[in-house]
Design a protein around this ligand. Structure first.
Ligand code: SF4
Ligand code: SF4
Length: 343
């Protein structure tokens, strides 16, 4: 295990940002921390829990032109935006890195490969920062991750006095670290870091999920669904902030002469999301829509990709305007089904 001094890492990030795109958590005037493109280490927030918006928008932008078209002299002309090029994301949390691995299964599989998403993924190196102090709303350990889980990262940094322990997880990560002066970590630093990791991992294990999938398999018509969404506003904030929610719509904007095809985020909680052209809506109320959100995350995604579509980041818990807490919802389903309460 190697260590990098804080000042050496800052100097490295300054150099890096002059040669390629670097995104890092930055604090705005209102105190909100989000990923922004930076030109140097001085712009990066020094302390933060997690970013308000998840990492997904750097790989699946909220609005994205897929191509534009116009009538040329010899027929239609199509322009596809250029691939953005090499980038580094610095300071993402392990939960966000894990979510990208889940989105890989959606946007790159044996039936479909999305060139926009996969292009950005292939061109981007992920340098993660372990969570020393998980928020009270975090439950990453409960869903198979952890505050220092290196899955999906190219480099994992763990803060120690005066610097960071640096662990390269991929060739791209090792190559990146090749540009930083590295020291051997002392045994006392390793022991202190291990203790911090153990405590943080324990703190983020707050949601007992054992057997939930099996309970959901038989709970499609359970009466609990009618109760849960009573206060949901269908605003979609939870889905837009969620790092694993990935529904989108595709719209054509323009005329027969010129225009563009645009991909925009959508949400299964919006009433229009499943509205058919006939006027029929198979998910006409919040009951069906909220059930879809939970079932997709904790049942259908497990069937399809072998993991829950939730990394326990807690963004939906923190930002729901009516305090609808997915941890309580999951607990209610688990308890009611376990108690044998049936339709
Ligand atoms: S953020 Fe809350 S109110 Fe808004 S759609 Fe999600 S659960 Fe419903
Ligand atoms: S469902 Fe909520 S806690 Fe889970 S990944 Fe999405 S925003 Fe985070």
């Amino acid at each position: 295990m190697k260590k990098v001094k804080k000042e050496d890492l800052a100097a490295f990030l300054d150099r890096l940002a002059s040669t390629r795109t670097v995104y890092a958590p930055c604090r705005d005037g209102e105190g909100t921390v989000d990923f922004q493109r930076v030109t140097g280490a001085a712009e990066i927030a020094d302390t933060y829990g997690n970013t308000r918006l998840s990492i997904k928008r750097l790989f699946l932008p909220q609005t994205e032109t897929l191509f534009s078209y116009r009538n040329g002299e010899d027929g239609p002309v199509f322009d596809v935006p250029a691939r953005p090029g090499p980038a580094v994301v610095f300071g993402l949390r392990p939960c966000d890195a894990k979510s990208l691995g889940m989105l890989d299964g959606v946007f790159a599989n044996d039936q479909y490969t999305d060139p926009y998403f996969t292009g950005r993924r292939a061109d981007t190196v992920l340098v993660g920062l372990g969570c020393v102090e998980p928020c009270s709303t975090c439950f990453c350990t409960s869903v198979g991750g952890g505050p220092f889980d290196p899955s999906g990262l190219d480099v994992l940094l763990s803060e120690v006095p005066g610097g960071y322990l640096a662990e390269a997880r991929t060739e791209a990560g090792a190559s990146l670290l090749g540009g930083v002066p590295l020291l051997d970590a002392g045994s006392d630093e390793l022991a202190a870091a291990a203790a911090v990791k153990e405590e943080a991992t324990r703190k983020a294990d707050t949601l007992p999920l054992a057997g939930l999938k099996e309970r959901l398999d038989g709970a499609f018509d359970h009466p609990v669904w009618a109760k849960i969404p009573e206060k949901c506003l269908d605003c979609g904030i939870c889905t837009f902030l969620c790092p694993t929610c990935h529904c989108f719509d595709v719209c054509d904007e323009g005329t027969a002469v010129a225009g563009s095809r645009v991909r925009i985020w959508d949400s299964c909680l919006f009433p229009l999301y499943t509205l058919h052209a006939s006027g029929h809506n198979p998910r006409p109320t919040g009951r069906e829509r909220y059930r879809q959100r939970v079932m997709h995350k904790f049942r259908y995604f497990v069937d399809r990709l072998g993991c829950t579509a939730c990394v326990g980041c807690g963004r939906c818990v923190v930002n729901c305007p009516v305090n609808l807490d997915i941890r309580q919802v999951v607990g209610m389903i688990r308890d009611q089904v376990e108690a044998g309460i049936r339709p």
